[in-house]
Design a binder for this molecule. Structure first.
Ligand SMILES: NC(=O)c1ccc[n+]([C@@H]2O[C@H](COP(=O)([O-])OP(=O)(O)OC[C@H]3O[C@@H](n4cnc5c(N)ncnc54)[C@H](O)[C@@H]3O)[C@@H](O)[C@H]2O)c1
Ligand SMILES: O=P(O)(O)OC[C@H](O)CO
Length: 329
């Protein structure tokens, strides 16, 4: 069935998903912040700022945020985490009671909330989340991709599964919103760590060690937050972690490589309009781990490298020199 869908957030991921939904013959309106993004999509069928060089479905229409109306009952949210609360407050009246799916990944620094928690605080909607190993560029190029869609209400997850799935995009449903969100947010932090390791010239052994011990940290936090163990072994857990820690398209991994090679975080973030969510999530996660008394040594060192200018090499040897322990605790 053809659906009328508003996509809010015209970065690379919002654009790629709006394009996918247009491929699925839905009537899609993409709402963006930047006038130049609107112009570029409507006139050239390309997002020349955030997804340069990829031809988009010609049926996709683009509008500015302020043009959003109450005319939609299905909404895809792809605004980066740190801007989600303020943007949501602006659109609150238009979103209440609607079917909303969130594809944003991260933890809010100010309130240390995951994105579904921000929604729960600000609006009253039927909420689902979409996450998993999915680089925007590959989805926009229609390369095969598999993701998770989670909702507290199984019929909502099934609704979005039908809307999104096609021959190049396969969606699996589950009920573990918390587990999916923790995996999606925290893999960005661990990807920065593997990038730093590679930037320092450490090898494959180090990268595999960080991925595996990183999954342990993610699982520890996720279980404490109420997520389910099996979710961390799935697409939004291990799947996205492996992709982001090893894929050359990852912005988070790239930030890490540049840090490992000695660049300062300010020069890295100022050099691009794209958002590497892990840079912000790590601060929230570091503080959350302290509050919840969870051991997260990789997260802690990434935090210190970014926010306390700690020498990356020293960080890695500090991780290695910790008291020895059993693996499965
Ligand atoms: N790009 C990917 O491959 C990918 C894949 C899966 C999930 N995600 C997640 O999707 C979310 C959106 O990221 P993206 O990759 O589409 O963005 P992006 O990095 O490509 O672009 C930056 C986005 O930030 C927006 N922005 C900047 N300032 C803003 C403000 N003040 N208020 C509101 N919006 C503002 C821009 O309009 C733009 O949409 C992130 O949580 C990201 O982790 C991205
Ligand atoms: O480019 P990154 O590091 O933001 O990762 C993008 C996606 O989250 C990968 O699933």
């Amino acid at each position: 069935m053809q659906e009328k869908i508003a996509v809010i957030g015209g970065g690379s991921w919002g654009t790629a998903l709006a394009n996918l939904l247009s491929d699925n013959n839905h009537d899609v309106s993409l709402y963006v912040l930047e006038e130049e993004v609107k112009e570029s999509i409507n006139k050239k069928h390309e997002n020349s700022i955030f997804l340069k060089g990829i031809e988009l479905n010609k049926r996709l229409k683009c509008f500015l945020f302020e043009e959003l109306s109450a005319d939609f009952d299905k909404i895809l949210w792809v605004v980066p985490t740190q801007f989600t609360r303020d943007t949501l407050v602006k659109f609150k009246e238009l979103l209440n009671d609607k079917h909303v799916i969130v594809a944003t990944k991260g933890i809010e620094i100010k309130h240390k909330k995951f994105v579904h928690e921000i929604f729960e605080e600000v609006v009253n909607v039927k909420l689902s989340v979409l996450s998993g190993p999915s680089f925007a560029k590959e989805v926009a190029l229609r390369k095969p991709t598999a993701v998770s869609i989670a909702s507290f209400d199984n019929s909502e997850a099934k609704l979005w599964q039908r809307i999104f799935s096609n021959e190049y995009f396969r969606c699996y449903t589950l009920d573990d919103v918390v587990g999916v969100e923790v995996g999606g947010a925290m893999k960005n932090v661990i990807a920065i760590a593997t990038g730093i390791s590679d930037g320092l010239g450490f090898g494959n052994n180090a990268r595999a060690g960080i991925i595996t011990r990183g999954l342990r940290e993610i699982t520890r936090l996720g279980l404490k937050m109420g997520g389910k163990l099996e979710t961390f072994m799935g697409l939004s857990g291990m799947g996205d972690l492996v992709l982001t820690c090893t894929g050359e398209l990852s912005r988070n991994r790239t930030v890490g490589i540049r840090l490992g090679k000695g660049e300062k975080i300010e020069e890295i973030t100022e050099s691009t309009k794209m958002i590497a969510e892990g840079v912000y999530t790590v601060k929230a996660a570091y503080e959350l781990a302290k509050k919840l008394e969870i051991e997260m040594p990789i997260t802690e060192e990434v935090y210190k490298i970014i926010y306390e200018s700690k020498d990356p090499q020293e960080s890695f040897y500090d991780i290695m020199r910790r008291p020895l322990k059993e693996e499965n605790i």
